[in-house]
Ligand binder design. Structure first.
Ligand SMILES: Cc1cc2nc3c(=O)[nH]c(=O)nc-3n(C[C@H](O)[C@H](O)[C@H](O)COP(=O)(O)OP(=O)(O)OC[C@H]3O[C@@H](n4cnc5c(N)ncnc54)[C@H](O)[C@@H]3O)c2cc1C
Length: 366
């Protein structure tokens, strides 16, 4: 099966090139029919309400869902989802519980309270087991809270580094997650459908027969972007702060316990009372289990004042724009091996400038 590299890595790598609009962009003033017009995002530095930098847990050979023995316990890993952890959360958690739960009796431990730990804990509870989440930090102090929240499996592996077996896990995870998120659409979880406009010269790789829906090249009168080639597909967007709050409530309503506690060594985990442990520590797994393949891929975001009339998303050489109730997210960097979570003013200024050029050049506005 051929994967479209640009879809998974290429546009992420473009974040390193300075977020410039491409040379092929045109500012043609040809008329666009009303149907192709959209309200532009109002981009300026004085509309920034916060800036963020988060570390994606990137692994070239893909996320790890694998079981092993730890003393007299069973340990199931579920970490390393790069820029796609929200997308893969339900599906990867499903792979993990399907590995760990058969034959198990008694309480279960989950390490980590990011999206992966919370989803894993919920599936453990749905299967009828009591669960305790042990975590060094709780939302909002997790990488998962920083995520843009687009459902799209982007920036989490290198094409040449993965195995056919891993690809099967990956497709199964997307399939389960895609269906699971659809039944959670609504204000309570902060999930909604949006059309997504992508700067690219061919439809997105169709990972599933149902994903991504629509997925077609647009004619010049079907969009206002000053770009040669634009594709539209529809997908789900998760307002991550609201979503993670609700997921914590769900765990607690179902009787789950949460204990704030960090682990420095596997021996400390082996001393837990539970006989089955899911390791959902994200980038933390690097130090905890010595997985040096796991690397940070930093992403920086500028969040602008909310604009409720913006009901579409964009990704392309300018970066990406996801509109949410808590602000308009502008991003697009993918900086490998950068460990600092301090946003860099210069990088934020470039994110603002590239989006200002894009939205300031709309050929027509709704
Ligand atoms: C800027 C940015 C934009 C993104 N956009 C998207 C997007 O649009 N769509 C998408 O699908 N994904 C996106 N992602 C990726 C996504 O955020 C991650 O893949 C995901 O959050 C990983 O979730 P996690 O639960 O594995 O890790 P985390 O959220 O980091 O959670 C790990 C948990 O483990 C705990 N922990 C760690 N070490 C230890 C330890 N030693 N002992 C105890 N507890 C420990 C932590 O405290 C934390 O609670 C984005 C990421 C960034 C940075």
């Amino acid at each position: 099966m051929r994967m479209d590299r640009r879809m998974f890595l290429g546009s992420a790598a473009l974040g390193l090139t300075g977020l410039a609009l491409p040379g092929c962009a045109t500012t043609s003033s040809r008329p666009v029919t009303q149907t192709g017009c959209l309200p532009p995002v109002d981009v300026s530095a004085d509309r920034i309400i916060r800036t963020l930098a988060g570390l994606r847990p990137y692994r070239p050979s893909g996320f790890v869902v694998r079981g092993e023995a730890l003393g007299d316990k069973r340990l199931v890993h579920n970490y390393g989802h790069g820029g796609a952890g929200i997308t893969l959360s339900w599906g990867s958690a499903k792979l993990a519980v399907d590995l760990g739960l058969p034959g198990h009796r008694g309480p279960v431990a989950v390490l980590g309270a990011g999206v992966m730990g919370l989803s894993t804990a919920r599936l453990v509870q749905e299967a009828g087991f009591p669960v305790t989440i042990y975590t060094r930090a709780l939302p909002p102090e997790t990488t998962s809270n920083i995520a843009g929240g687009q459902f799209h499996p982007f920036g989490h592996f290198r094409e040449e580094a993965v195995t056919p077996e891993w690809r099967r896990q990956f497709v199964a995870a997307v399939d389960y997650g895609w269906r699971r998120f659809q039944i959670m659409v609504g204000d309570d979880y902060g999930i909604r459908w949006l059309p997504t406009y992508v700067e690219r010269n061919g439809p997105e790789y169709a990972l599933l027969p149902t994903f991504p829906p629509v997925n077609r090249m647009l004619g010049p009168d079907e969009h206002p972007f000053p770009l040669e080639s634009v594709v539209r597909y529809d997908t789900l967007y998760v307002e991550t702060g609201r979503y993670l709050r609700q997921m914590i409530r769900d765990v607690q309503i179902a009787g789950g316990r949460i204990e704030v506690r960090g682990f420095a060594t596997p021996a400390e985990i082996a001393a837990l009372p539970e006989g089955l442990v899911f390791n959902c520590t994200g980038l933390g797994a690097r130090a905890l289990f010595g997985d040096t393949e796991l690397r940070p891929a930093r992403g920086q975001l500028a969040i602008l004042l909310p604009q409720p009339e913006i009901r579409y998303a964009f990704t392309g050489e300018a970066g990406y724009m996801f509109p949410r109730a808590d602000g308009i997210l502008l991003g697009g960097t993918f900086e490998l091996d950068q460990w600092s979570t301090e946003p860099e003013p210069g990088r934020i200024a470039r994110i603002i400038a590239s989006h200002q050029r894009l939205f300031g050049s709309f050929r027509c506005t709704a």
